[in-house]
Design a protein around this ligand. Structure first.
Ligand code: NAD
Ligand code: UGA
Length: 435
């Protein structure tokens, strides 16, 4: 099939590349000319494992091309995916300006029947609005169908998630569009991982409800972690025991510094805002957001329990991205934590395997280092904010010898307290006894 993706970010670029890999002809459009010229040269604008190899192969084999020319992309395609950003406004509601811009372009340039599928996360009712905007901008009144096709991929595992979705949700009121979309996604369907066709509004809400529910699991376990510390229980064991119940499941029960990223924080606010608009007061989701914000302060308080005054202290921070295997620092807990530690007077040395460049755009007065060992040299405290694998497999003896004082505050629970004690560390983590 002939496909166009509008937006070449995490969602658009991954979808374009993976649909090309499935044998479709794809044009990937972005307004950001620097991004497109990088992609044309084979340089990935984002860090995403496995993506470059797929882009290179599909460009070489002629199934994938990049352009800033929306008109060309829209005219050539049978299916158009809207993959532009939907950032939050000040009041938590969703900024739809990018979606509206591409919808107007689709209307303007449309030259025959098209299916327009929205992958961007948008509030209930937005696809209807997109339909209206397209109609208003159409010069020739050609037919088109609208589909809500929420995206569920995770950054850092985006390619893997694309090819192994837990489910594909197709929201449409058109039989023809449903048929085409089912055919397009058929290669991704597996036993127990169905394609579900539903109405547009339910599809739109499935996305928000899913992200808010996953966020709820995280804030829930973070509150349990606080209680664990008071009563002497271990949150990792509690989560493991809970997760053995299939109705609960073990995933997204890792206590830590709270969730970040461009989606959970924004979508939790988006759902609250949508509820408010329709007279539904989302008490649970409001608490989820509040607990998540507190969790960063919770980590800072742990640092302050090591040294009350940070004025003359050097602190190493490991991990700047909002999670491992990505260079994305949007809403990363590390940003708030570093700024707060600096405000309290600490000097910061920081290391992240891939997110340094993005962090540099936001964090100033930080000494960035090329490896985790260099970061801890001469430091009074090491604070772990992102659980990259290379931190798990580190030479702890060496870390101990490089630090000025052997203090670790682990915001991701990557080590065992008893083992850390053996190495001579003062070790504080989340929801577990100190060592
Ligand atoms: P992103 O910021 O990485 O990418 C958006 C891209 O759209 C940018 O490159 C931007 O230049 C481009 N763009 C803006 N206006 C345009 C226009 N008029 N024409 C063409 N391109 C335009 O965003 P993202 O992370 O890919 O997220 C996109 C949407 O998907 C959001 O609604 C997000 O909530 C949702 N989503 C994201 C993820 C994720 O893991 N990042 C997962 C699921 C859903
Ligand atoms: C999340 C969802 O997992 C995707 O399904 C969804 O498509 C995406 O949002 C989106 O809508 O954009 P992502 O934000 O890439 O994906 O990353 P996650 O792996 O979900 O992690 C989000 C945050 O939660 C990270 O900061 C992570 O550290 C934190 N987290 C996750 C925890 O604190 N504990 C956990 O147990 C799991």
């Amino acid at each position: 099939m002939k496909i166009c993706t509008l937006g070449a970010g995490y969602v658009g670029l991954v979808a374009a590349t993976c649909f090309a890999e499935l044998g479709n002809e794809v044009i990937c459009v972005d307004v950001d000319s620097e991004r497109i010229s990088k992609l044309k040269k084979g340089i990935m604008p984002i860090y995403e494992p496995g993506l470059k190899e797929l882009v290179d192969r599909n460009v070489k084999e002629g199934r994938l091309e990049f352009t800033t020319d929306a008109k060309q992309g829209i005219r050539d395609a049978e299916i158009i995916f809207i993959c532009v950003g939907t950032p939050p406004k000040e009041d938590g509601s969703v900024n739809l300006e990018y979606v509206e811009t591409v919808a107007a372009e689709i209307g303007r340039y449309m030259n025959g029947y098209k299916i327009i599928a929205t992958k961007s996360t948008v509030p209930v009712g937005t696809n209807e609005h997109i339909q209206e905007v397209i109609r208003q901008n159409q010069k020739n009144k050609v037919r088109f169908d609208i589909v809500s096709l929420p995206e569920f991929l995770r950054e850092g595992a985006a390619v893997k998630d694309f090819f192994n979705p837990d489910r594909t949700i197709i929201g449409t009121d058109s039989e023809k569009a449903a048929e085409v979309m089912v055919k397009l996604h058929k290669p991704l369907e597996r036993v127990g991982k169905p394609i579900m066709v539903t109405d547009i509004k339910s599809a739109e809400l499935i996305k928000y409800a899913s992200n808010a529910f996953l966020s709820t699991k995280i804030s829930f376990i973070n509150e349990i972690a606080r209680l664990c510390e008071k009563v002497g229980a271990d949150v990792k064991k509690v989560a493991q025991g809970m997760g053995l119940d299939e109705r609960i499941g073990s995933r997204f029960l890792q206590a830590g510094v709270g969730y970040g990223g461009s989606c959970f924080p924004k979508d939790v606010l988006g759902l609250m805002s949508l509820g408010k608009q329709h007279g539904v007061d989302f008490k649970i989701v409001r608490a989820v957001d509040q607990v998540n914000k507190e969790q960063r302060t919770y980590l800072i308080n742990k640092v302050l329990s090591v040294h009350k005054k940070l004025g003359d202290k050097k602190i190493a921070v490991w991990g700047l991205a909002f999670k491992p295997k990505t260079d994305d620092v949007r809403e990363a807990p590390a940003l708030t934590i570093v700024k707060e530690l600096q405000y309290l007077g600490a000097k910061i040395k920081a290391f992240d395997p891939v997110a340094e460049e993005n962090a540099k755009k936001i964090l100033t007065d930080v000494e960035y280092t090329k490896d985790p060992y260099e970061a801890v040299k001469g430091c009074h405290i090491l604070v772990i904010v992102t659980e990259w694998d290379e931190f798990r497999n580190i030479d702890l003896q060496k870390i101990r010898s490089l630090m000025k004082e052997p203090n670790i505050v682990d915001g991701r629970n990557i080590y065992e307290p008893a083992e850390m004690k053996k190495f001579g560390f003062v070790y504080k983590s989340i929801g577990r006894p100190d060592a």
